[in-house]
Design a protein around this ligand. Sequence first.
Ligand code: COA
Length: 322
Amino acid sequence: MTYARITGTGGYLPENIMTNHDLEKIVDTTDQWIRERTGIEQRHIAVEGQTMVDLAEMAARRAIEAADIDAQDIDLIILATSTPDKIFPSSACILQARLDIHGCPAFDVQAVCTGFIYAMTIAEKFITTGSSKKALVIGAEVFSHILNWKDRTTCVLFGDGAGAVILEASEDTGILSTHIHADGKYENLLLVPYGIADGYDKVKAGEAFIEMKGNEVFKVAVNTLGRIVDETLAANNMMKSDIDWLVPHQANIRIITATAKKLKMSMDQVVVTINKHGNTSAASVPLALDVAVRDGRIKPNELLLLEAFGGGFTWGSVLTRF
Ligand code: COA
């Protein structure tokens, strides 16, 4: 049987750090409020002129190096993002050219914070059906470009960054199952209300900002992530105690803690980066994965549950042996 296995991870965060104290100078907020309600202490923000593909390229190069493969052998590129450099070509194509890869399929996936889970799901299908042998899967965002820096209910939550993995066809166990869902009826709880249809002039003017009913999103997220955990375990006939590591989307430490509690997992088995990264949307899961792989916490053959929830609403999980 052919599995899709993660053989390398990479991450990149812009050097520019914005702390909660920096935000106190911009909006009516406090370090204490942000820490207590979200778990965030700081976030990385792209510098002027630094684009999403710039971040994605750095993360991709690090994943390629970690997997010890030749970039030319990559036969599939999937880039999850909600903040593409251009309307077209896709950011995956722009990245492909930067990596000097030519001819393989390259496309973007838009599922907001669940984007990386969607991208992994698609890549896994390509690999297990024999259409791809080495896939580059990336989540990258510059949410700082779609934040209203006068809105304290959103601007304190998000950050910029990129995470990437190389997925390779392998006889050794890798991804065991993937689960993705969406329910578009929740559009109005979390959205950027402008695009081509509703006045692209707002996008051009840099006025297309995230709007979120945080409290309502919070409740749906906690319930939905609880259900995806049950669905994933049931599909694999596994118990909560089988999971070695939870690698969750980093939106709010209270959401992460609730999911860990549902899994009866100690927080020592949960990869938490929200304190340093904020919510980096599609980049948050691969960034967290990369951090815990590189610092030696995640070891070969351990069982990882990756999960995310985001705008759409979209949600999903990946259960994989590392
Ligand atoms: N600083 C200080 N006060 C703030 C604030 C800030 N940055 N943002 C909001 N507040 C205030 C509100 O105005 C409100 O004041 P009021 O009680 O006088 O009306 C109070 O804090 C509580 O606001 P509320 O929205 O109920 O707080 P909360 O406990 O729900 O926390 C979030 C807000 C956004 C942190 C939380 O709801 C959340 O994380 N939601 C989900 C986010 C998420 O998952 N998003 C995307 C999915 S990827």
